[in-house]
Every structure is written in structure tokens, then in C-alpha cells.
Design a protein around this ligand. Structure first.
Ligand code: 5GP
Ligand code: ZN
Length: 114
């Protein structure tokens, strides 16, 4: 997708702070971190949002969660705990229309999702 910021980062057209990369999934640091560790787990394939995942992508979310767990371990936030978040659509606050899992950790968080 030409005008997609995450596609541009994945394709090297704009810089990203990568902590993981394979043929299917990348992990970058969020440019505006909400917690001391704030990563974004992003599929290389442009899928606009979680609800757009098709049956042919059925292993993708599992693989993305496995990569999120691996990255959390490597960043040292596994034992203290972390939160995975996917915003799907406008009311959820999705700003970038390319599927991503937020990995948030490094400080205690409340149970309030607002
Ligand atoms: P959303 O609201 O779509 O779930 O989250 C989008 C996230 O992408 C936000 O946390 C925002 O800070 C992050 N973001 C937006 N533009 C960029 C960018 O150019 N680089 C990086 N690394 N993160 C970005
Ligand atoms: Zn994209």
C-alpha cells in the first residue's frame, strides 16, 4: 500500500527502530511510547485491520502473538508482565490502517482500557 506508513517502514522507505524481522512479521518500537517498553508487532502483508483477517491468514495472529511473547522476553518485560492490545476501527482508536499488536510493558497499568 503506497500511502501506508507501516508499509513504508517495512519497505525501508522511512526509518523504523526494528527489534525483530522475519519474512512474515516485523517488530518496531512505537514512535510515541505510552509505556517504557512499547512495541508494535506488524505483519509484512498489508491487512488494514483485525476484522479483515481472512481464513487464508489463519496462522498469522498466532505467529504474531508468538513473536510478541519472544520480543517481550528479549526486552526484559516478561516476568513483570505486559499487555497486548489490538485496536480495530475508529471507536477503538485505531490510527494506522495496517494491522498491528501493541506490546506494552515496563510499568504497572490500571485495568482501565480508556
Ligand atoms: P493505533 O492507534 O493505530 O492502534 O496505533 C498506531 C500506533 O502507531 C501509535 O501508537 C503511534 O504512536 C504509532 N505510530 C504512528 N506513526 C508511527 C511511525 O511513523 N513510526 C512508529 N514507529 N510508530 C508510529
Ligand atoms: Zn500497510
Amino acid at each position: 500500500m503506497e500511502d501506508c506508513i507501516f508499509c513504508k517502514i517495512i519497505n525501508g522507505k522511512i526509518p523504523g527502530d526494528f527489534v525483530y524481522k522475519d519474512a512474515e512479521i516485523v517488530v518496531i518500537r512505537d514512535i510515541n511510547p505510552l509505556t517504557p517498553t512499547h512495541l508494535l508487532v506488524i505483519p509484512v502483508k498489508h491487512i488494514a485491520m483485525l476484522s479483515d483477517i481472512s481464513p487464508t491468514d489463519n496462522t498469522l495472529m498466532g505467529n504474531m502473538i508468538a513473536v510478541a511473547n519472544k520480543a517481550a522476553k528479549e526486552q526484559g518485560i516478561c516476568e513483570s508482565g505486559y499487555r497486548l492490545v489490538v485496536n480495530n476501527g475508529k471507536n477503538a482508536g485505531q490510527l494506522v490502517a495496517h494491522l498491528h499488536i501493541h506490546v506494552l510493558g515496563g510499568r504497572p497499568m490500571s485495568g482501565n482500557f480508556d
